[in-house]
Write a protein that binds this ligand. Structure first.
Ligand SMILES: [Zn+2]
Length: 313
């Protein structure tokens, strides 16, 4: 036997093939009571959220100022799906103590008497754990193409859908169901609060705002930007002036006010045993120290996010 064949056994023709796990039959019996919904208002700053004073969302619990582990969408959602929600920032506390308390909260969130946390490893990925260990149905509905179903974020989900519009949380609600035989988990990545902070009824063309691509859009168009092995020299759009930045921030406030009504519909449609988290994946800069947006920006306001959780009121 050559080196490449070392240790390989020929399969015996009489051997039974390994069982292939199939759909619901492979799911364990449910080990938690609560449905679990995480709503991420993409790019929503803590202070615009507070300024919007969303009446319905505040019924869920105390709105906290928390901090995202990342400054843009993909790593922030990956982190979130590891089970680590945006953090408070306590001094004189070891990270291990913080993580321990944060993970322990899942007993209350999921309505479980005693979660076997050891089963979270080695994958350390909440959707897989919820699906394979706790018997959840797992679904993601996302607005931003950088989280599309072909990305590595899509693991452990029964369904994973990039919505047709980047800014229509209400359309996500139309597709949500909560069958009683097992609990459901939903990740909703909501785009109304993302630039250009447009409501689903708005006509984007009439906004007269520059198109600013995220990582997905940049990479998609990258090949047309290269000529003779060099990036084409194109003048970027004019940077926003102060009035425009104030207008854009106000648009994000209005987007939160609109989403508060959609959340009211969510609260009315979910079963009473549903734990909901509403938060953001990162903040947004509206001119502070010359910055706009998020991503390759090191600034407090890009990490500050709103966080509120509780059983549906
Ligand atoms: Zn984002």
């Amino acid at each position: 036997m050559g080196i490449l064949g070392l240790g390989k056994k020929k399969p015996s023709p009489n051997q039974d093939p390994a069982p292939v796990p199939t759909g619901p039959a492979a799911s364990p019996s449910p080990k938690a009571k609560n449905n679990f919904v995480i709503v991420v208002f993409d790019s929503c700053r803590y202070d615009t959220f507070v300024e919007a004073a969303p009446k319905t969302i505040q019924k869920l619990g105390e709105v906290e100022r928390r901090y995202s582990y990342a400054s843009w969408t993909a790593p922030s959602h990956y982190n979130l799906l590891m089970g680590l929600v945006p953090h408070v920032s306590p001094s004189r506390v070891y990270a291990s103590e913080y993580y321990k308390n944060d993970f322990f909260r899942y007993n209350e969130r999921l309505g479980s008497d005693g979660i076997d946390f050891g089963k979270l490893v080695p994958q350390l990925y909440l959707p897989i754990y919820l699906q394979k260990e706790l018997g959840y149905r797992t679904h993601a509905k996302v607005s931003l193409p950088v989280l599309n179903p072909k990305t590595p974020i899509n693991r452990g989900f029964d369904t994973f859908r990039l919505m047709e519009k980047h800014n229509d949380m209400a359309a996500m609600l139309d597709e949500m169901t909560f069958p009683e035989d097992r609990p459901s988990f939903y990740l909703l990545n909501v785009g109304e609060t993302h630039y250009p902070y447009a409501l689903p009824s708005e006509d984007m063309a009439s906004l007269n705002l520059p198109h600013i691509s995220g990582v997905h859009g940049v990479v998609k168009k990258m090949d047309q930007q290269i000529e003779d092995g060099q990036l084409k020299k194109e003048k970027p759009p004019e940077f926003f002036d102060e009035d425009q930045l104030a207008y854009l921030k106000e648009r994000q406030v209005e987007a939160v006010r609109y989403l508060d009504q959609v959340v009211e519909r969510l609260f009315n449609m979910v079963p009473r045993n549903t734990w909901i988290i509403i938060t953001s994946d990162h903040g947004e800069l509206f001119g502070e120290e010359g910055y706009f947006g998020h991503g390759p920006i090191q600034h407090d306001k890009v990490f500050e996010v709103p966080f509120v959780e509780g059983l549906v009121p």
